[in-house]
Design a protein around this ligand. Structure first.
Ligand code: NDP
Length: 405
């Protein structure tokens, strides 16, 4: 039985808190805090209506480290779940160090003025977390998150050696809007417009954004075009599984989404440097975010399924083998259960499961020591079991041959 403080009341925070409220044997007391109290109140109302559980709400601007420390000291949680990344200049991690509280997030930190994310800033805090005797679990969403746990599961149970790993992220959902993003538009657009990057034979190979397209037939979704992209888990997988010769990440996008994005880019609306408008400094991408539909508002209209998984080729008992571990999530089912579409659902559920891993001690550093950890550093089995029990059942398929591309 543990107290938890969740910071960030977007779609992911909403799902995480709903799922925690459905597991009160682990999460005995939940506080949800965000920059705007009204965001938390909306989630709290839905949690009460759907589960009967009352959660506490609080207002905090996590850009203010002293305010964050004060809130943690007031709530006294065992764990802070940061679902308000990517900025806050690592303040929430710092606040956890100051108050000796465990930490979890679902994405990695990136600087405000460069469209670039990497784990170095968070990994640099490892010794300080270890000294403080507290644990930080990084990237406990779906991708990053479950995709790394799938890789560990493949290595533990399905292949003796992994040679190549491809992560395939397909959102076959349709929200009925001309253009909208399924999570924070600012992050989504920064991610999609960044150069592609994959790991091959010990080094990073870069290419222009969205220049490498491949069609793939996704179970229960159908054939979609997917594009080679850089993504957070490539960095941690390359570090923790040095045996893997090639690691790639693919994401599906529809033609209409890409056409809108191209136009927005061409007219300068995706810029992240300040411009002066009516005597005021504005960041075009932040302005664009303000006029686009809020991702959390898309839930009621989104239909279709997501299908995300890992395809690995390697060796098993001396034979070459290709396996595919994947999970399919239905947007309408996710909405019926939590009031949020599947992209938030597939991220919020693993956040709840990662939190359970830390709170129950199922995942901890060697000899119980603290530190900063990624998902692939721990035993995948208890996490995989919980995915099956809490709404994200997965499946394993053996493929006849390695991917042809
Ligand atoms: P949203 O942008 O919809 O929500 C973020 C929430 O955080 C909002 O409620 C916002 O505040 C709050 N917030 C932002 N900045 C601050 C701050 N300085 N202080 C306090 N609260 C703040 O994001 P999502 O819910 O879609 O995603 C949450 C996280 O999950 C993001 O980091 C995202 O990158 C990550 N993600 C990870 C995925 C994965 O598979 N690993 C997939 C999808 C998302 P308010 O509403 O109060 O103004």
């Amino acid at each position: 039985m543990s107290k938890v403080l969740v910071i960030g009341a977007g779609g992911v925070g909403s799902v995480a808190v709903h799922k925690m409220a459905m597991n009160t044997d682990i999460f005995s007391h939940i506080t949800l805090a965000s920059r705007r109290l009204v965001s938390c109140e909306k989630v709290a109302e839905s949690v009460k209506a759907r589960t009967g559980v009352t959660i506490d709400v609080a207002q905090v601007d996590a850009d203010d480290i002293d305010a964050t420390v004060a809130l943690i000291e007031q709530v006294q949680p065992r764990l802070v779940v940061n679902l308000a990344l990517p900025y806050q200049d690592l303040n929430i991690m710092e606040a956890c160090l100051r108050t000796k509280t465990d930490y979890l997030d679902t994405a990695n930190y990136e600087p405000r003025d460069t469209a670039k994310f990497e784990y170095s800033w968070q990994w640099n805090l490892h010794e300080r977390f270890k000294e403080a005797g507290v644990t930080a679990l990084l990237g406990s969403g779906f991708d990053p998150g479950v995709t790394s746990v799938f890789a560990s599961y493949i290595k533990k149970h399905l292949l003796d050696r992994i040679d190549t790993l491809d992560i395939l992220d397909c959102n076959g959902g349709d929200h009925g809007q001309h253009f909208a993003t399924n999570f924070n538009p600012e992050i989504n657009i920064r991610e999609v417009t960044a150069p592609s990057r994959h790991w091959a034979n010990g080094e990073w190979v870069e290419g222009p954004a969205l220049s490498h397209k491949q069609a793939f037939d996704f179970d229960q979704v159908g054939e979609k075009n997917m594009y080679l992209m850089y993504h957070e888990e490539l960095e941690s997988l390359a570090k923790f599984y040095p045996e893997i010769k090639r690691i790639r990440f693919w994401m599906t996008f529809g033609d209409a989404y890409l056409k809108h994005l191209e136009v927005l880019q061409n007219v300068g609306m995706t810029r992240i440097d300040p411009v002066i408008y009516n005597g005021q400094e504005i960041i075009p991408l932040q302005f664009l975010k303000a006029v686009l539909p809020e991702p959390s508002s898309l839930g009621s209209t989104t239909k279709g399924k997501t299908n995300i998984g890992d395809i690995a080729t390697g060796e098993k008992d001396g034979q070459t083998k290709t396996v595919y571990v994947y999970q399919i999530c239905d947007h309408e089912d996710a909405y019926a259960e939590t009031g949020n579409q599947a992209v938030s659902y597939t991220t919020g559920v693993p956040a709840m499961i990662g939190a359970t891993m830390l709170l129950t001690g199922a995942w901890k550093g060697a000899d119980g020591e603290g530190g900063v950890f990624n998902m692939e550093q721990f035993d995948p089995d208890p996490f995989m079991d919980m995915l099956n029990q809490h709404g994200l059942p997965w499946q394993v398929k053996e493929l006849d041959a390695p991917l042809a591309f």
